[in-house]
Design a protein around this ligand. Structure first.
Ligand code: SAM
Length: 298
């Protein structure tokens, strides 16, 4: 558990790219600052953003808390990842069945591309390729304190600052996720102790391993977040989930750490009725409920 993490350390990892989308300003950063059409407006919000970021850090407007766990894990029944309490690998803390791509895959250099599932990047518990493996879970927030400060801005009829603050909190949450992932790779898990990447290289994900987030294309089901938050005791750092599994505070990020050298993000895409039935069995839920949870990929 990491509480009250230095906001300046986190700010050094900010990816300013998505910041401009808050104002519907489209274009890559930093080129957007010199764009013929939106350049002047982009420069204005960027300079306001940096100024508020400085005040936010100096005035400690926000609190950044995070929690992560690195745990023994293996796959069972092909596509189900079991996360264990300890090396005996007997007590299952969390069971996660990510979905597998079912669309026809292209042939590249004479080889058919695989129909991926995130479980492919965790070793099986038994059978060919079996070995002890590991996985990480994490949840970070930079949103504690946003509501209070936002209320002050609204009371002062300063909607612009309220929006700016929320955009900065989102940037800080993503930067915190990036920074913590870097420390996990180089220090805590330590599978890449010699990694030395610039912030641009971090943003371009030029490192080994991924941090897939529930609700994103490789793992569209949000449900696993409930188990993740329980295992991580996320409420102890002020994080929670709404009934519809949105994270609170809003400026939060959570996911898994997968260290396999070939692990990449992908899009599960459309899945078939056969997988839904199988997934419902794995998740011990009614098929109708499974369909509701996966409405986006049916
Ligand atoms: N630099 C970006 C920023 O500051 O906004 C990082 C966030 S961006 C949303 C990338 C993150 O989204 C990844 O680190 C991962 O957690 C998640 N992600 C992206 N594509 C994904 C996919 N296909 N499946 C699962 N998670 C994905």
């Amino acid at each position: 558990m990491l509480k009250n993490v230095d906001l300046a350390e986190i700010a050094a990892c900010i990816d300013w790219g998505p910041f401009f989308q808050t104002w519907d300003l489209a274009g890559p950063f930093p080129q957007i600052l010199r764009d013929e059409v939106v350049g002047a407006e982009a420069q204005r919000v960027f300079s306001d953003g940096k100024r508020m970021l400085q005040r936010l850090i100096e005035g400690r407007w926000l609190q950044a808390n995070g929690v992560f766990a690195l745990l023994p894990a293996n796959t069972v029944d092909d596509d189900t990842i079991e996360v264990y309490a300890d090396e005996s690998r007997e007590q299952v803390l969390l069971r996660w069945s990510p979905l597998r791509m079912q669309t026809e895959r292209p042939v590249v250099d004479g080889e058919k591309r695989p129909n991926r599932c995130l479980a492919d990047f965790v070793a099986p518990k038994a059978g060919p390729g079996a070995k002890p493996d590991y996985i990480g879970l994490f949840a970070v927030t930079a949103g504690l304190g946003v509501d209070k400060k936002e209320r002050q801005f609204i009371a002062d009829h300063d909607d612009y600052s309220a929006i700016l603050l929320k955009a900065l909190a989102d940037r800080l949450a993503e930067a915190f996720a990036e920074r913590l992932h870097q420390r996990v790779r180089t220090e805590f898990w330590g599978y890449a102790p010699d990694e030395a990447l610039s912030n641009e290289a971090l943003i371009a994900e030029q490192y080994r391993g991924i941090r897939p987030a529930p609700g994103y294309p490789a793992c569209p089901d949000h449900r696993v977040k409930a188990q993740m938050f329980e295992v991580l005791k996320a409420q102890e750092i002020g994080m929670g989930l709404t009934e519809s599994l949105a994270m609170t505070p809003a400026a939060s990020v959570s996911g898994f750490y997968i260290a396999h050298p070939e692990a990449t993000y992908f899009n599960v895409g459309r899945i078939g009725d056969d997988q839904i039935a199988d997934w419902a069995r794995r998740m011990a839920m009614e098929e109708a409920e499974a369909r509701r949870g996966l409405a986006g990929v049916l």
